[in-house]
Structures are given as C-alpha cells and as structure tokens.
Design a protein around this ligand. Structure first.
Ligand code: SAH
Length: 493
C-alpha cells in the first residue's frame, strides 16, 4: 500500500472523534466523514506501520445510519463532527464513549458498568439548541470581513451565516456587526500580526427569558470609529438594541496573544451587564416539570450550560442522585454561577459553592438573593485550594487530628454530599484527596469529559467509594462531546 492508493473499505467502527474506522490489508484506517456501516472507495492519505488515514473518494453503499444533515458546511466546519449520523446512533455512540472510558481508564468491569448504567438521556431538539455562540471575526481571501467558526484543527474561519445549532438571531446580530465594522473602519483581529480590533463576537440567548446578550471581544481599550463621524459604540448599540429581546451589550478587553477567548475586563455599553434565564426542576427519571424553577443572572464571563433544555434534565438528575432530604450539608465544587448549588439548596440544609471566576461568584450570590435562597454560601478560589483550607480550618477549630477526622461527625468535617462539575481537565488531585479525607456519604460527579472522569473515579473508587449509577447526557447534539453524571457511595470509613 502506498500513499494515494485507492481501495474499497467497509467502515466497521467509529473513533472517539467521530471518524470512521475500517480494516484493509492488515491495517486499520481512520477516515473523516465516513460513518459506521458505509462502504466507501477510499484514498490513502497517510500511512504508518499498522495504521493509516484515508479520505472518502466515493460512498459506494451508504450506511443505514446516514441521514441528511441540515448544514451544508458540516464537513468543513469544525463544530459538528457527526451531523450525518442518525440521532439514535449518535446517542448510542456517546453512551459507548462514556462506557469505554470508564472501562479502559477507570478500570471498571463490563458487568459492573452494565448493571449500574441508566439509559442515556437524549433530546427531542438536536438542532437550534445552543444558547451561546462565540464567532471569530476575520477577513476572507478577498478582504471581506467574515464571521464563522474555525475549521477543524485550524484557525481558518469558515464563514457560517446561520449555524443550525444556534438561534436564528445570531445571523441578524452578526450582519449588523459586520456592516458596522465596514462603515466605521473597524478591523478584525489578525492572530499572526496581533493587529486589528475585533476578535470574537459572543452571543447569548435566554431560552426562557428571550433576553439577548452581545459581547465584542476586542484587542484594544474601546470601540472607536476610524472612518465615520460619531461614537462607534453608540452607533452599534443603537442598531443592536432594535433587535427584540436585546438586554445587554458589552465589550471585553483581551489584548493577550492567546487562544483563550475572553479577557478579564468587560465593559457594559448598553442595557444591563447580564441576562437572565430560568431552569426548571424536573422529576427523575421521567423528566416531567415540577415547580417554577430557578432564575439565574448570567454575565459574559460566567460559565452557563449551553443546552438549556438538556440542562434541566442534567441538574434534575444531579439533584436526584444527591438523594437529599432537607438535612444535608452539601458542597458544589466548580459551581459557576451557582446553577447546581441553588438547585441543590431547594432540598438541602446548607450548600457551599466554590468557583474560580470572581464574576461568576458575584452572579451566584446575586442569584441566591434573586430566588430568595438563604442556605447557600459561595467561595471564590480554586476548588483544590478552598476545600483543603476549609477542611484544615474546621479540623483546627474542632481540635481533631487526621486520625480521628474521618470518624468525626461534625457537619463541617464530613459533609453529606459533594457534587463536582469540573472543566474538561477534571479534578485536581489535591481536591480529590480532600474529598476522600472529608468522606461524604455520596459524591455526584458531573463531567463533560469522560476520560478525566474515569481517571478521577479510579482514584475515588480505589479507596472507599463504589460506583452506584452512571448516565450519559446529550448536551451537544451533532458533536462527539458527551456529558455524564456518576453517583458514588461511600463503602468504608
Ligand atoms: N456547575 C456549573 C459550572 C460547570 S463548568 C454549571 O453547571 O453551570 C466548570 C466551572 O469550573 C467553570 O465555571 C470554571 O470557571 C470553573 N473552574 C475551572 N477550574 C476551577 C478550579 N480549579 N476550581 C474551581 N472552579 C474552577
């Protein structure tokens, strides 16, 4: 086999990034945009000893799992990897991804995983589900200002006019911004030269409140018109504010040479510095609505789950797994704007939230007030710093040594439940160690990366916890990302 050889390949599996996998001539081939069940004519693009990469030349027999994608750019844009795969198969793929990671990295047996699995939670709306989009701004080859998404594994902007995962208002907003930039002589940022002003446009939409937030991330200190008389910021606000639901317009300053989208400082130039949205409590496991829900204020810099319909199911499951009766002390680590904390506080005695972004903690405190919640307290800092410090202080106060700490029954030393919802890199070991030392009865682990989830569960379950339930959630339809929740119970002291 040589590079550029053409051969027939049956796709029999899918890789973690959604790529098709097939075997030919003793070699394993990875093929982008080929689906499990396809028979294709493949062209070898890269060869290694036992494996290689190939491209689809022609689909000879399409897979029975193939469906018509809604977006014509799905192969070029790096946002969606599996839009051509039927929804049922996407869900199965995601469930298997979590299961495989728990098995391979976490070391759990197949029998254990099968007996503890809860059915994966899919959605009725796999399109138009995202409440947030961050569009990079740049030039196309002809020098026109474009907004869109990065192509996979690159920083080339694919102009995406109307992403089908986002709300239709995104297009209207981007059109206004592009026209305004042209008129006012405002330039897009260029990563190579580190020149130009507008880097990204962040748009958020509250699905319940119908409120819209627009935040321009800029490589500068203000929005100044070069070409047109008048204040560029005023012109922009005047136009954007005509859109139904516009609530907050701001810019965020990011002058660093970095891939991180947002800088530290945000300046509100119209309306309020946040939007609101409501998340309703659902019953578990059938997800029927219960009660009126909790309303959250969300600032540009704060994390907020991107799929609000699925978030209601996710948080309701976290609450159900926490098994609260009203008497419990609960920690919510990596709490963001206090979303899960406030959900838990409805059924707990006291909740403590920890989050690294100060603005998010401000939001969390306001959110508690907004909803009349008085049994939630929030700390700014890294979970791996705040939790150990809190634990050490509590031990000192109660005059308890390490040997007796785990049998100490004070509320402070031994919370009933710890919920964690870390970013993709998972929990820091210092945080896991303190969780083990505090040894709550239950740990609820919410994860957006099942590989780091599995790594962390291995540490927790090696010592004194047992996996009782795991469940996959589709928060990110058409992508290979998957959310999951695990319930661990303490089996020894
Ligand atoms: N539970 C929240 C947020 C989850 S996202 C929700 O569902 O909305 C993960 C959060 O962890 C983000 O808000 C991020 O800012 C925060 N974070 C990242 N590293 C952290 C750390 N070391 N300690 C505490 N919080 C951290």
């Amino acid at each position: 086999m040589k590079k550029n050889d053409i051969f027939e390949l049956e796709i029999t599996d899918m890789g973690t990034d959604g790529e098709g996998i097939g075997h030919y001539d003793g070699m394993t081939f990875f093929v982008k945009d080929a689906l499990i069940g396809d028979v294709i004519t493949a062209r070898a693009t890269k060869l290694k000893k036992n494996y290689g990469y190939a491209r689809v030349e022609e689909i000879k027999t399409p897979s029975t799992f193939r469906v018509e994608p809604q977006c014509e750019l799905h192969k070029r844009c790096g946002g969606c990897q599996i839009q051509a795969l039927s929804y049922e198969k996407q869900l199965e793929f995601k469930n298997n991804k979590v299961r495989n990671n728990l098995m391979r990295i976490g070391g759990f047996s197949e029998a254990k995983l099968d007996s503890k699995m809860q059915p994966p939670v899919g959605t009725d709306n796999p399109y138009r589900y995202r409440n947030k989009a961050q569009f990079p701004v740049g030039y196309d080859r002809d020098g026109n200002i474009v907004t869109g998404f990065y192509a996979s594994r690159s920083h080339n902007i694919i102009p995406v006019e109307d992403c089908r995962l986002g709300v239709p208002q995104n297009k209207e907003i981007l059109d206004i911004i592009k026209e305004w930039m042209n008129e006012c002589g405002i330039t897009p940022y260029d990563e190579n030269t580190h020149k130009g002003l507008v880097r990204h446009v962040l748009i958020r939409y509250g699905f319940t409140s119908k409120q819209i937030m627009v935040c321009l991330v800029i490589n500068g200190d203000s929005l100044e018109a070069k070409r047109r008389a008048g204040n560029a910021a005023d012109i922009l606000c005047e136009r954007l504010s005509k859109i139904d639901g516009m609530t907050s317009i701001s810019y965020n300053i990011n002058k660093e040479n970095t891939n991180v989208i947002l800088g530290k400082k945000t300046v509100c130039i119209w309306g309020r510095p946040y939007i609101e949205d409501t998340i309703h409590l659902l019953s578990y496991p059938d997800f029927t609505p219960q009660g009126t829900g909790i309303t959250y204020q969300i600032s540009p810099q704060s994390f907020y789950q991107v799929n609000p319909k699925q978030t209601e199911k996710l948080y309701s499951t976290a609450l159900a797994f926490a098994g609260l009766t009203g008497n419990e002390n609960v920690w919510d680590l990596y709490c963001g704007i206090g979303t899960i904390s406030l959900f838990l506080s409805q059924k707990a005695k006291q909740v403590y939230g920890v989050e690294i972004v100060p603005q998010a903690i401000e939001d969390a405190k306001n959110n508690a007030k907004l909803n009349g919640i008085t049994n939630a307290q929030f700390f700014v800092g890294k979970a791996e710093d705040v939790l150990p410090q809190f634990y050490e202080n509590a031990k000192k106060k109660e005059n308890i040594t390490d040997d007796t700490a785990s049998t100490g029954h004070t509320d402070m030393l031994r919370p009933d439940v710890i919920v964690v919802d870390p970013p993709r890199k998972g929990c820091d070991e210092k945080c896991l160690d303190t969780m083990l030392a505090m040894s709550p009865e239950r740990i609820v682990y919410v994860s957006c990366d099942s590989a780091t989830l599995a790594r962390d569960l291995k540490i927790l379950c090696e010592e004194k916890y047992e996996l009782m339930k795991w469940q996959a959630f589709d928060q990110f339809s058409h992508t290979t990302h998957v959310e999951s929740i695990c319930l661990l119970e303490r089996v020894s002291n």
